[in-house]
Design a protein around this ligand. Structure first.
Ligand SMILES: Nc1nc2c(ncn2[C@@H]2O[C@@H]3COP(=O)(O)O[C@H]4[C@@H](O)[C@H](n5cnc6c(=O)[nH]c(N)nc65)O[C@@H]4COP(=O)(O)O[C@H]3[C@H]2O)c(=O)[nH]1
Length: 510
């Protein structure tokens, strides 16, 4: 369920962000369109002002110009009135004819200055309740002005922004805002109103979208995403179910494999160079499925570790080893090495589990060697050291496996009670000839001598490797040169015959 909800929640968040961007883009586009429209009107108004200033003022009075003003005012769109001025005073208007009235009174506010300026105003004397925009070019001699009715701007804004509930304003010069729509209230915790704007040197436009617009945009984007979210949810749920089934089934399969006795143990002999005979074996777990397939040990061991099945599996290994050992006679001082995983080593049953194995094989007399990897020693040092010391005191040997491949190996050598150091086959592979150089291997051997640890070289495959290791004072070798892992029955036959023979320096059993 949680896996299925994930794409939906992610979709909610992403579509929310996308819809906010959408609204912002629309606001930006709307602000630009309004600005463009205001600029068009403004250009038109300035052209008219220039035309008025070019009229023939020879007579100096309004009478000769009044008709021209009325004609221009009526054939050109947008204008509430147009007029001519002397300094700051209107002396001729298209609406009232000859007059003498300060322009400031007409537009009901102070004039910015003489000269050329546009200004949005709340109203004029003729139409007080409706905003307007004044475009004036005032001079000490004759000047001119046009008054554009604000309705042209508000109508345009309504047409473009009303369907979305936008609140829009245009401010021209430092004038009064010409607005359309109701200012949005910020009450929603998620969808606060969004704003955008556009401006040119004298005109600035602001557009604000209400919360409802954000909600609407989000719903639109989300419903478009919904089919994809449904498919993703279904896929996630299927993947999670598959993963759970695999996880459950692998755990179940190991459990079933134990119950059906699909696991067995192979034993790989370890050669004792000083004694000139087999000194012990490493127990290696094997899994043959009911259909005959063999699982690779590195794969199923890693899976058992990952799925917390390694402890029951190792206990099962101990039982199999105990049962196998009852079938063959091991010589005195013979070692049986078993691999122990970190989880088991750090678990509360570890000491008891090893003691049980020791008790089961006590009559056959071999020593148990626990093979630990550097990885398994990483945490819980004190507990692990205590457990190992307890078992060591009871006759169990401790080997550090795959030495040199993990982390912090050097500190482990001092911190943990160890008897054997197993040199990883990677270092053994480095031996190419008897006279050649294997500096890391030599250093490991020298180090283990200094620490009074017995060495076991793993993965010895050639006579040259064997001779080199023997010359360097390595005490035990394990590898295909001496013997491959074999079944318990094969080992029972092998031990009294080949197991008692020395390995010659040519790598052949005598
Ligand atoms: N190329 C080459 N390989 C050689 C040679 N001699 C021995 N080997 C292989 O090297 C591995 C030695 O075991 P490991 O280092 O403990 O490495 C073991 C060990 O870490 C783990 N493993 C096996 N059985 C158990 C078990 O019962 N419990 C736990 N925890 N791990 C196990 O699986 C790993 C792989 O086991 P295997 O496949 O049996 O592989 C074995 C063995 O078959 C050689 O001359 N050349």
């Amino acid at each position: 369920m949680a896996a299925g909800a994930f794409p939906l929640l992610l979709g909610l968040a992403l579509t929310f962000l996308e819809s906010r961007r959408d609204v912002q883009r629309e606001l930006d586009a709307t602000a630009r369109i309004i600005l463009r429209h205001a600029e068009n009107i403004s250009e038109h108004a300035w052209r008219t002002v220039d035309t008025l200033k070019r009229l023939d003022h020879q007579g100096g009075g309004c009478e000769s110009l009044e008709r021209d003003l009325q004609r221009i005012g009526s054939i050109r769109t947008y204008f509430r009135s147009i007029g001519l001025t002397h300094g700051p005073d209107v002396f001729c208007s298209s609406a009232f004819g000859p007059m003498t009235e300060p322009l400031a009174d007409v537009i009901q506010r102070e004039l910015p200055s003489l000269g050329r300026w546009p200004l949005s105003v709340a109203g004029t004397t003729a139409v007080r309740e409706r905003p307007a925009v004044v475009f004036a070019d005032l001079a000490h001699e004759v000047g001119a002005y046009t008054i554009v009715d604000g309705q042209y701007l508000t109508d345009f804004m309504r047409a473009i922004g009303e369907p979305r509930g936008y609140y829009m304003t245009i401010v021209i010069g430092d004038g009064h805002p010409v607005s359309q729509g109701a200012p949005p209230q910020d009450t929603h915790p998620l969808f606060s109103p969004l704003s955008d704007g556009a401006s040119s040197p004298r005109i600035s436009v602001g557009v604000t979208a209400p919360e409802s617009e954000s909600v609407r945009a989000w719903w639109r984007v989300f419903t478009a995403f919904l089919p994809l979210a449904a498919i993703l949810s279904a896929l996630c749920m299927m993947a999670a179910a598959y993963w759970l089934r695999r996880k459950m089934s692998y755990r179940d399969e190991i459990r079933r494999g134990i119950a059906r006795r699909e696991f067995s143990v192979q034993y790989q002999p370890i050669y004792d160079i000083q004694a000139g005979r087999c000194g012990g074996v490493e127990a290696l777990l094997r899994w043959q499925r009911a259909d005959g397939r063999w699982e690779r040990p590195d794969v199923f061991i890693a899976a058992a570790e990952a799925e917390h099945m390694i402890i029951p599996l190792t206990r099962h290994l101990f039982e199999l080893v105990a049962a196998d050992m009852a079938q063959w006679q091991a010589p005195r001082g013979f070692h049986v090495a078993v691999n122990v995983a970190a989880e088991h080593l750090q678990g509360p049953t570890f000491v008891a589990d090893v003691r049980r194995l020791a008790a089961q094989i006590a009559t056959q007399g071999p020593r148990i060697t626990l093979e630990l990897t550097e990885r398994s020693l990483i945490s819980d040092r004190k507990e692990v050291v205590r457990a190992l010391q307890t078992l060591r005191a009871e006759g169990v040997d401790i080997a550090l496996d795959d030495f040199g491949t993990g982390h912090c190996a050097m500190s482990y050598l001092q911190a943990f009670p160890l008897d054997f150091l197993k040199i990883d086959r990677g270092f053994v592979n480095a031996i190419e000839s008897l006279d050649g150089d294997a500096p890391v291997l030599d250093a490991i051997i020298a180090l283990s001598k200094r620490l009074a640890l017995r060495t076991v070289a793993e993965g010895v495959e050639t006579a040259i490797q064997f001779a080199y290791l023997k010359r360097q004072g390595v005490l035990h070798v394990q590898g295909y040169l001496y013997a491959r892992p074999m079944s318990s029955d094969a080992l029972a036959r092998w031990l009294p015959t080949r197991g008692c023979e020395p390995l010659s320096s040519t790598g052949h059993l005598a």
